[in-house]
Design a protein around this ligand. Structure first.
Ligand SMILES: *[C@@H]1O[C@H](CO)[C@@H](O)[C@H](O)[C@H]1NC(C)=O
Ligand SMILES: *[C@@H]1O[C@H](CO)[C@@H](O)[C@H](O)[C@H]1NC(C)=O
Ligand SMILES: *[C@@H]1O[C@H](CO)[C@@H](O)[C@H](O)[C@H]1NC(C)=O
Ligand SMILES: *[C@@H]1O[C@H](CO)[C@@H](O)[C@H](O)[C@H]1NC(C)=O
Length: 443
C-alpha cells in the first residue's frame, strides 16, 4: 500500500527507468536485473566517518557509545510513553544513532551524509538559506539550485501524515515541520518533496523530507541530517514501500573490522534460505519502532524466562530492535537474574567497573581470551546466539565488561548483538529475519 500516491522507479543495474504516472511498465527480462540497492553503513567512529576523531582511543569510543545508549534509551522511553498517552505536546525524537549513510538529494544530485536512524521516521537535511544551522563540513543543500525541489502545501495529505512530528503553516501556505530531539536539539522549517538517489544510479522521485532552515542543539558538526528508517508513515522505508517491497536489511561488521557495514533496500534486502532465523515484528500503537518478543535468555544451558515471577506468556513486543543503540538493555529484575547466573558460570577475577555503564566486569586473562558461556536470546519462534566477542568487550586495557545492562525504562536489543547477522526487515510480512553471516565478506 502506498501512502503517497506518487511515481516511483524500479531498480535496474545499468539503466534507470523514470516512471511517469503511478505505473512503470517493465519487461520481464529487465525485471531480472532488478536487484535493489546496497550501500555502505558507516559507523560513526570509523575512519570513513566525518565524526572520526583520531585522538580518541577505541576504548573511549566504546565507552562514549555506551553512554549514548543510555541517553538514547531514556528518550526512546519518553517517545514511547508519550505516544501511549497521546499527549498534545510536540513529540520528542530520540537522539541520533551510531551509523551514517551517504545519499544524494536533488537534481543535480548533492551528496548528503546523514545518520541512518531506525528509531525515527522523518528524513531531513540542513538547507540554505540557514539563519540558524549547526556547523557541518559538507556544503548545505541548496533547494533553489535543484530542479526537482517542491514545497509541500499545508492542505496536502503529506502534511497531515507527519505522525509524531509537530507541523505548522507559514504565511506562504508551506507546511512547516518541527522536530525536537531528546536532548532538545531541534530541526524545523519546510516540508518538501525531492528526488533521492542511492548509490549514484537508483533514483526515487518525490520523497517527502524536511528542508531544515532552522536547526540547533547538539547535532555534531559533520552529519548533514537524519535518514528516518523507522516503521512510521513518513519514513523512507514506508515511502518507498512500493519500490522496495517493504524490505530493507543491514549487516553490521565487528568494530575492529576494516570492512564497512552494509544496508540494502528492495530485492537485495530479501533474507532467505534454510539457515534463516525468523521472528515476528510486533505492531504497537507507535509504529516508528520495531518491536520483537523476547521470551527468555539462556546462559549456557540454563534458560531464564523473561517473566520471572509469573507463568503468564510474555508481553508481545517487549523489546525494540535498534541499530542506533550499542548496548542491549533489559528490565532490572530480569537482568539481575541473568547477572547472578553469569557470575556463577564465569571463572575470572571480577573488577570494579572503570566507567560506570556496565555492571559486570572482569580482568582480561593475560592470554587475551575471556571465556564466558554462550548467551542465547530466545525470541518468539527463534533462538539467536549473541556474538560471543561482543557480549563481553574490552572497555579499558585488560578489563572486559558485559554489554547487556539493566534498564528501568525500556528494553532495547542493541547493535553489538546484531553484528555478523544479516538482518532483514520484512514489513510486508511482519517478520524480522536473521541470517548468520560474516558481514566483512562481500556478498
Ligand atoms: C518554499 O517555501 C519557502 C518558505 O515559504 C520559500 O521561502 C521558498 O521560496 C519556497 N521554495 C520554492 C522552490 O517554492
Ligand atoms: C552508474 O551508472 C554509470 C553509467 O551507466 C556507471 O558508469 C556507474 O558505474 C554506475 N554507478 C554505480 C554505483 O553503479
Ligand atoms: C585493519 O587494518 C589495519 C591497518 O591496515 C590492520 O592493522 C588491522 O589488522 C586490520 N584489521 C582487520 C580485522 O583486518
Ligand atoms: C531511565 O530514564 C531516566 C530519564 O528519563 C534516567 O534518568 C534513568 O537513569 C533511566 N534509568 C536507567 C536504569 O537507565
Amino acid at each position: 500500500m502506498a501512502f503517497y500516491n506518487k511515481p516511483f522507479s524500479f531498480f535496474l543495474s545499468n539503466l534507470i527507468l523514470s516512471c511517469f504516472a503511478s505505473v512503470c511498465l517493465i519487461s520481464s527480462s529487465e525485471k531480472t536485473k532488478n536487484s535493489g540497492v546496497t550501500i555502505d553503513l558507516i559507523h560513526r567512529d570509523s575512519p570513513l566517518s566525518p565524526f572520526y576523531d583520531s585522538s580518541i582511543t577505541q576504548f573511549e569510543q566504546l565507552r562514549n557509545s555506551f553512554r549514548r545508549s543510555l541517553l538514547r534509551q531514556s528518550f526512546l522511553k519518553t517517545v514511547h510513553s508519550r505516544s501511549t498517552l497521546e499527549s498534545p505536546e510536540a513529540p520528542l525524537t530520540p537522539i541520533v544513532g551510531e551509523y551514517l549513510m551517504k545519499i544524494n538529494i536533488g537534481t543535480p544530485p548533492v551528496e548528503v551524509v546523514a545518520v541512518a536512524d531506525t528509531g525515527s521516521d522523518l528524513t531531513w537535511t540542513q538547507c540554505t538559506p540557514c539563519p540558524e544551522c549547526y556547523k557541518q563540513k559538507a556544503p548545505l543543500f541548496e533547494p533553489r539550485k535543484s530542479k526537482t525541489y517542491t514545497n509541500i502545501s499545508c492542505s496536502s495529505q503529506q502534511c497531515q501524515d507527519l505522525d509524531y512530528v509537530y507541523t505548522d503553516c507559514d504565511d506562504k501556505n508551506v507546511c512547516v515541520y518541527d522536530t525536537t530531539y531528546g536532548d532538545s536539539s531541534t530541526s524545523r522549517k519546510d516540508l518538501a518533496l525531492e528526488t533521492f538517489t542511492f548509490d549514484e544510479n537508483v533514483t526515487f522521485p518525490n520523497v517527502v523530507f524536511g528542508c531544515g532552515h532552522d536547526n540547533y542543539g547538539t547535532f555534531k558538526e559533520t552529519a548533514s541530517g537524519i535518514i528516518g528508517l523507522g516503521g512510521g508513515r513518513v519514513s523512507i522505508v514506508k515511502q518507498l514501500e512500493k519500490s522496495i517491497g517493504g524490505r530493507f536489511s543491514y549487516c553490521l561488521t565487528t568494530l575492529d573490522s576494516n570492512a564497512s557495514s552494509k544496508i540494502s533496500f528492495g530485492p537485495n534486502a530479501i533474507v532467505k534460505g534454510p539457515k534463516v532465523l525468523s521472528t515476528p515484528l510486533v505492531k504497537k500503537s507507535l509504529d516508528t519502532f520495531y518491536y520483537l518478543t523476547l521470551e527468555a535468555i539462556s546462559i549456557g544451558n540454563k534458560r531464564l524466562e523473561h517473566n520471572l515471577f509469573s507463568k503468564a506468556p510474555v508481553q508481545e513486543g517487549n523489546i525494540i530492535i535498534d541499530s542506533g543503540t550499542t548496548l542491549t538493555l533489559l528490565p532490572q529484575s530480569f537482568y539481575n537474574k541473568l547477572e547472578s547466573t553469569l557470575v556463577k558460570a564465569i571463572n575470572a577475577t571480577p573488577m570494579s567497573n572503570p566507567q560506570g555503564t556496565s555492571k559486570l566486569c572482569y580482568k582480561l586473562p593475560t592470554n587475551g581470551k575471556f571465556n564466558s558461556p554462550p548467551i542465547i536470546a530466545h525470541f518468539k519462534g527463534t533462538d539467536l546466539v549473541l556474538p560471543q566477542e561482543n557480549t563481553f568487550v574490552e572497555v579499558e586495557k585488560g578489563v572486559v565488561c558485559l554489554t547487556l545492562v539493566p534498564s528501568d525504562n525500556i528494553s532495547i536489543f542493541g547493535n553489538l548483538h546484531q553484528v555478523n547477522y544479516l538482518i532483514g526487515y520484512d514489513l510486508e510480512n511482519g517478520k524480522l529475519n536473521f541470517l548468520p553471516t560474516d558481514c566483512s565478506k562481500p556478498k
